[in-house]
Design a protein around this ligand. Structure first.
Ligand code: ATP
Length: 636
């Protein structure tokens, strides 16, 4: 809002201007109007009236009167007198005329003066008019400015009014809020008061508690000492537990064999019109869960049919209904052994299509997942549990296959276009550990990583089509978890670790199909490509090498236990006869644990192959290694 200057009323000023005080008599239409009245001498008027000729009537009357009077007296003298009078009058008139002329002349002079005066006035008036016009223009310009200003001021005022209205509204609501706050405040004051009371109570209780805390601190110090003693005891009992755990496994046998028969699958009957009962082998499972019986019928040379029952006993027998979880329950103790620093080997053995891959890797679902993912999970579970016993572990994984006696890295990121690396097996005799050169080793931080590793490995695995199983694996696959532990103690409990280290290794081996050539490809193996025959020969060679190694280890254990004290030479174990046995040398020998899961087909057509597998597994089952036990288990 600007300051307003007082506006001088223009028109009013002009209107209120007093008119010229003097009015000029009209002397002629062309004459300028005089500003002042011409001043005619009064005397002249009077005198003119005095000297002017009398009106005719009065002259005639006078004449009449005079004639009647003078005629009666003297007409010539009267005439003379009249003449004289007239002459005087004339003289008067002439004098008046001269005077008037003179007056007219002076009047003309006056008029000129007046005209000059008028021109001066006109100039003055023009100047004034111009001045006034300028003033008017200035004032109008000012007025326009003022109007704009006024409009702005009006707009401002409008905005201000709106603002004011809003502010009023705000003030109104603020007032309400203030009222509300005042009420709240009152309430809070009341609460504060009650809190203050409570605070006073609490302070008093706090003081009491301080005393209690002091007591507890003293007790805690005493308890800490007790706890440290308990930790020490725990550590010692952990060592005892390990010993006992190992003893349990040794009692169970450092080499154990489980037998598992897979169910009949829809695909087994799809190619023929037979029912599952028609194609099933005669297999029975005695109730002890450790035996299995197969009944065979053979035609003798004399044409008679001979029925035979073949009984086998193992550490555990699982029938066709056994679930993956069920099988793993019997295995899970082995995961603890790995973390205790032992080497563990779990093999799946059996003919093609008998369920080895299903047992080891399993399906994608939670229920169907196999021994590999379950064992990894168990290792991680035990690893976490061992923290409370003062142990920290790191876990890493590798996955390889042995195909035609050549090692392939199943976790390698190299493409098939790149030249394949030649991997060699190296044993460290000091640490009893085995390394394969140039192999991909992946640190594992969670069990969920295993799924990814298995998928990757399966993509790279050599598979070929056979008669028995369309996607049969023609190689041995070995998944290895390497576990290193360090005793770090209980830093939070103030108990230092012993720095003790342990290294364990869990090998989960899915062996290639154990069947003979004529079973794999039919027709006694005739007409089969050289490559396939070579594959099968290599598979069979390495499997029999495995059998030989296990048998030799059993003999060596017997020798060690019984005869070595007499200085007899130790039994030679032919680990080097195959890549598989050489690779697993450290995991089979010494105090390691071995489990073989024998997978059997339920089909009658595979009965002979099943009997072969059962005999092989029996040989393994009858072997005992390590732990100073006897070379053979009780049953022959
Ligand atoms: N216990 C079981 N329950 C259900 N299905 C099974 C079971 N065992 C095996 N199978 C099924 O049988 C088929 C053959 O099994 P698998 O591939 O595991 O045999 P394999 O012995 O590994 O054969 P190969 O040596 O040729 O790899 C698969 O379809 C598998 O899902």
């Amino acid at each position: 809002m600007g300051t307003t200057r007082p506006i001088r009323p223009l028109r009013q000023t002009q209107a209120s201007k007093p008119p010229p005080t003097t009015t000029i008599p009209k002397l002629g239409s062309s004459m300028p109007k005089p500003l002042t009245k011409p001043r005619a001498p009064n005397m002249t008027r009077t005198r003119m009236r005095g000297v002017s000729a009398p009106p005719q009537q009065s002259i005639v009357a006078a004449r009449g009167r005079t004639t009647s009077g003078s005629l009666s007296r003297n007409p010539s003298s009267t005439l003379d007198a009249d003449m004289a009078a007239e002459k005087r009058k004339l003289a008067n008139v002439q004098a008046n005329h001269a005077l008037i002329s003179k007056q007219l002349h002076s009047q003309g002079t006056n008029n000129n003066n007046h005209r000059r005066e008028l021109i001066g006035y006109a100039d003055e008036l023009e100047q004034m008019r111009r001045k006034h016009q300028k003033e008017i223009d200035d004032l109008e310009e000012e007025l326009v400015k003022r109007e704009v200003e006024t409009n702005e001021v009006v707009e401002d005022l409008k905005t201000c009014k709106e603002d004011l209205d809003r502010e009023r509204e705000t003030v109104g609501s603020l007032n309400e809020t203030i009222t509300q706050h005042a009420m709240d405040r009152e309430r809070l004051d009341t609460q504060i008061q009650s809190l203050n009371d409570q605070n006073a109570d609490l302070q008093k209780r706090n003081e009491d508690l301080q005393d209690t805390i002091e007591d507890l601190k003293t007790q805690l110090l005493t308890r800490n000492d007790v706890l440290a003693d308990l930790h020490k005891e725990l550590f010692e009992s952990e060592i005892a537990r390990r010993k006992l755990h190992n003893m349990v496994l040794e009692l169970k046998g450092n080499i154990r064999v489980f037998c598992r028969v897979r169910p009949i699958l829809p695909s087994d009957t799809s190619s023929s019109s037979s029912s599952p009962e028609d194609i099933a082998a005669e297999i029975t499972y005695p109730e002890d869960s450790k035996s299995i019986q197969l009944r065979s019928s053979t035609t003798t040379a004399t044409g008679n049919i001979r029925h035979e029952t073949h009984s086998f006993t193992f550490d555990r027998v699982f029938n066709t209904t056994a679930s993956q979880r069920h099988v793993f329950e019997e295995i899970e103790l082995l995961a603890q052994s790995c973390l205790d620093g032992h080497n563990v080997c779990i093999f799946a053995y059996g003919q093609t299509g008998s369920g080895k891959s299903f047992t080891m890797e399993g399906g994608l679902g939670e229920e169907s997942k196999g021994m590999i993912p379950r064992a990894v999970e168990q290792v991680f579970r035990v690893k976490d549990a061992m923290k409370s016993r003062g142990w920290e572990y790191s876990v890493e994984g590798q996955f390889l296959e042995i195909y035609n006696e050549t090692i392939n890295d199943l976790l390698s990121s190299s493409t098939s276009a790149e030249p394949t690396k030649k991997h060699e097996i190296k044993h460290d005799l000091k640490t009893n550990t085995t390394r394969v050169t140039d192999l991909t080793i992946i640190p594992l931080t969670s069990p969920s990583q295993t799924k990814t590793l298995l998928t990757l490995a399966n993509k790279r695995r050599s598979v070929a089509s056979t008669l028995v199983n369309e996607h049969s694996s023609r190689s041995h696959s070995v998944f290895t978890l390497r576990i290193s532990g360090l005793n770090v103690g209980y830093p939070e409990g103030g108990v230092e670790g012993t720095g003790e280290r342990c290294e364990g290794c869990l090998n989960l081996v899915d062996l290639a199909g154990s069947e003979r050539l004529n079973v794999s490809f039919g027709n006694g193996g005739r007409g089969v490509g050289k490559e396939r025959v070579k594959e099968t020969q290599n598979i069979n060679k390495s499997l029999s090498a495995l059998g030989d190694v296990i048998a030799a280890m059993g003999s060596a254990a017997g020798t060690t236990a019984g005869n070595n004290t007499n200085g007899q030479q130790q039994q030679h174990v032919p680990y080097r006869n195959s890549k598989l046995t050489y690779l697993l040398q450290n995991s089979l020998s010494g105090n390691s644990k071995t489990l073989m899961v024998l997978n059997l087909s339920p089909l009658a057509v595979h009965l002979n192959e099943s009997l072969c597998s059962l005999r092989f597994a029996t040989k393994v089952n009858n072997t005992q290694i390590g732990g100073g036990g006897v070379g053979k288990k009780g049953r022959g």
